[in-house]
Design a protein around this ligand. Structure first.
Ligand SMILES: C[S@@+](CC[C@H](N)C(=O)[O-])C[C@H]1O[C@@H](n2cnc3c(N)ncnc32)[C@H](O)[C@@H]1O
Length: 250
């Protein structure tokens, strides 16, 4: 079931205020996007990253894909970018893009092996010969979920003078593969809280490499931080730049 955070219009409307693009994320992804003629943002959410690229002068094709209509409704406030409502695994745009990105840990929403295989195969098929897929996933060794505790509170203004507040609660701890958690959103403008339930997969670097190879990608570079520090066993991120090679086998 899709997370309420992405499907409930009132939550999607405050998404960018709650989770703004960080400067390190922009510093990592924006130069890659600006250097590519055509770019697909897989799981683009509200489309904030492509909007920044257009504002920064990207003159080529920018296309965002996301299955959540409420998130895309935010993205569609910009008409100078293409938006597709759909699941990445069902994408059929053969050899149209120089670069595909998947940011904001959207990759971790792919839970089952079959979803990972279908998504990576579809992304690879959208890339022109030699095109690149760049994405990040949280390193399980960093155990980020241990910081998603009820004591952690995020509070922002919704832009209309109302306070929106988020708290986290782990529901199913890490089982070697996934973590399930609930986010409770309250607002001074709402009668009742809204609870968004999520499940994320934490693949380690070997798992990332295995799925990419099976989809016909060759890993060119990997980093452990958005500022391009090396990937180590304990680094928080697994940032991967993969080139579309020849199709692999499972
Ligand atoms: C954490 S948000 C990140 C959004 C955006 N990339 C960002 O950095 O702000 C994850 C997004 O992935 C999308 N998503 C989840 N499953 C997906 C799938 N199978 N294919 C494409 N997008 C998906 C969700 O709808 C959501 O908008």
């Amino acid at each position: 079931m899709p997370d309420l955070l992405y499907t409930e219009p009132r939550l999607a409307a405050v998404y960018d205020r709650l989770y703004p693009l960080s400067q390190p994320t922009l510093d990592f992804y924006l130069p890659l996007i600006m250097a590519a003629g055509s770019v697909l943002d897989v799981g683009c959410g509200t489309g904030a990253l492509l909007a920044v690229a257009r504002e920064a002068g990207h003159a080529g094709r920018l296309c965002g894909l996301d299955p959540a209509a409420a998130m895309l409704a935010q993205a569609r406030q910009r008409a100078d970018i293409e938006w597709i409502c759909g699941d990445a695994g069902a994408l059929r745009c053969p050899r149209e893009f120089d670069l595909a990105v998947m940011t904001g840990h959207a990759f971790q929403a792919l839970i089952e092996d079959a979803e990972l295989h279908a998504t990576l195969a579809a992304v690879r098929a959208t890339l022109k010969s030699g095109g690149r897929f760049v994405f990040e996933t949280r390193n399980p060794a960093d155990r980020a979920w241990e910081r998603w505790t009820p004591e952690r509170v995020l509070e922002v203004d919704d832009g209309q003078g109302n306070r929106v507040r988020v708290t986290w609660q782990i529901e199913v701890p890490f089982d070697g593969r996934t973590v399930s958690f609930a986010e409770t959103y309250t607002s001074t403008a709402w009668d009742t809280p809204r609870v968004s339930r999520s499940r994320l997969r934490f693949l380690d670097a070997d798992g990332v490499a295995r799925f990419l190879a099976q989809a016909g990608f060759v890993i060119e570079e990997q980093f452990g931080h958005f500022d391009r520090r090396p990937l180590t066993r304990e680094s928080p991120e697994i940032l991967t730049l993969a080139r579309a090679g020849r199709a692999g086998s499972r």
